[in-house]
Design a protein around this ligand. Structure first.
Ligand SMILES: [Ca+2]
Length: 491
């Protein structure tokens, strides 16, 4: 397609992955497939950490990680909110494909005691790697269903310790939500868990897991609970009140510490050259009144389809294999993690269609490597709102937009179309204009038309507000969901 060749060339000029190709393929792992660690923050914005944007937050460990690895500057979550973002990461599929783009009442994320969750038939990264002989551990916030059939231990993780959903989902009037549970595998071991200690304990549990499995390939998924969705995020005593940006800054600085502890442990155990670590976030910073985290230079906020909602900071680290001190501006998504890890591990892809692609050529810094994605789709719950191809992002013309999908908030219906008109289409070059300030729709009608064709293809496959997609698979369902309470082992 000639038109997209031109788009692709535009990306090359705009800055492809910079750096030397990794050398000595295979030598670093001595015939053993690599370990994988995913450090996944909650609601931490692109502008919250110094490798990506000037900030008052002190993040020296992430600076070091970026110096030793590759910054991913066009890495996308498949959603602006938690549950769909995590569903996409775990399955390599758009949230609509696995039907976790909304909760049972149409809201943005799963809540405690939800009847739905990630379908047991879905194949997670953990299942792909477990089948290759990996030890698989998860530490942290799951948020893909709190009922027995949906837990990490039923989705390929040998061990799990963490909270089953967001740390702001505490008992409240009119709900049967239990005290915030800390689970070990399928049993609640503490409730309410002390949220101040979550990040510290996650780091310590991670180091225990890494140490225990140092002699075999392992996959550790560590979705931190912080900074999360509360008005005042939590941090342990060593960090509380120490940053220049209140509780948000304290939480971010402790997350930086946690990353440093884990990288240090890998070096101490002589595992650094055997381990690919991805550090990233599930979506952009959402809070604006008052503002907490930041997404600049990206426009907009978390919980939306703006760049600031869905483009996330990412650092890929694997000494000797991922070129140090480099950056990649090619489009990647969190859905690519599953096929990329599967490829490196020699694992089999799921038997059903997925949307992620193997981006190892980009991470390895291979000259001329380009994004495998001809288009990327921005959904807000059930609604396709925007599409990107090459440097271009088109906000579709819609009668009305689904509003920001705040977690834990009462669900709102989409507002009716405003009298006098639809939301007009807008087109941005998000390579040159990450703030989404210069609408070029009028000047680029052929680009608009091409992106609309991509959008139509996505609607057919994944669906939209007015139609199911032919490629959708069901979410999991239980008929009688129960609160996850202290001392209780889920059925
Ligand atoms: Ca989130």
């Amino acid at each position: 397609m000639r038109f997209f060749d031109r788009l692709a060339r535009g990306v090359i000029l705009g800055g492809a992955c910079v750096g030397l190709a990794a050398t000595a393929a295979g030598a670093a792992t001595e015939g053993r497939p690599p370990n994988f660690i995913v450090l996944f923050c909650d609601n931490l914005g692109y502008g919250d950490v110094s490798p990506f944007s000037p900030t008052v937050h002190r993040t020296p460990n992430l600076e070091r990680m970026a110096r030793e690895g590759m910054k991913l500057t066009h890495l996308y979550s498949a959603s602006g909110v938690c549950t769909p973002s995590r569903a996409a990461l775990m399955t390599g599929s758009y949230p609509r494909r696995v039907n976790l783009h909304k909760n049972a009442r149409g809201g943005g994320v799963l809540q405690p005691v939800e009847p739905i969750g990630l379908h047991p038939a879905e194949v997670t990264i953990a299942e792909v790697l477990k089948a290759r002989g990996y030890a698989t551990g998860m530490i942290g916030k799951w948020h893909l269903g709190d009922q027995g059939p949906f837990l990490p231990t039923r989705q390929g993780f040998d061990s799990y310790i963490g909270i089953p959903y967001s740390d702001d989902m505490t008992p409240r009037e009119g709900q049967v939500w239990p005290d915030l549970p800390l689970m070990r595998n399928e049993t609640v071991i503490e409730a309410p868990v002390d949220r101040n200690e979550l990040t510290r304990r996650e780091a310590e549990d991670a180091i225990r897991f890494i140490t225990a499995h140092r002699d075999r390939p392992f996959f550790l998924y560590l979705p931190h609970a912080m900074p999360g969705s509360t008005r005042a995020p939590f941090a342990s005593a060593a960090f509380r009140g120490k940053s220049r940006n209140g509780p948000w800054g304290d939480a971010v600085e402790e997350l930086d510490w946690a990353a440093g502890q884990i990288l240090d442990a890998l070096k101490r155990l002589d595992l650094d050259r055997h381990t690919l670590v991805l550090w990233t976030s599930d979506n952009g910073a959402p809070r604006r009144e008052p503002a907490q985290g930041r997404n600049d230079p990206l426009g907009g906020w978390g919980y939306t389809t703006a760049e600031g909602g869905m483009r996330v900071p990412g650092i890929a680290w694997w000494p000797g294999r991922i070129p140090a001190g480099t950056a990649c501006a090619e489009l990647m998504t969190l859905m690519d993690v599953l096929p990329t890890f599967a490829g490196l591990a020699g694992g089999a892809l799921p038997p059903h269609p997925i949307d992620g692609r193997d981006v190892w050529p980009l991470l390895a810094g291979r000259p001329g490597a380009r994004t495998p994605h001809e288009a990327f789709f921005y959904y807000q719950t059930d609604q396709l709102q925007a599409v990107r191809s090459g440097p271009w992002k088109l906000y579709l013309s819609l009668p009305a937009r689904r509003p920001a999908a705040a977690k834990g908030a009462p669900e709102k219906k989409a507002p009716p179309a405003k009298a006098g008109g639809a939301q007009p289409a807008r087109l941005y070059d998000v390579v040159q204009d990450a703030g989404e300030t210069r609408d070029l729709a009028a000047q680029q009608p052929e680009v608009v038309a091409a992106l609309m064709r991509h959008a139509e293809a996505a609607r057919t496959e994944l669906g939209d507000v007015d139609r199911p997609g032919r490629g959708q698979r069901p979410a999991g369902w239980v008929s009688d969901p129960q609160p996850v309470r202290l001392g209780r082992t889920v059925p």
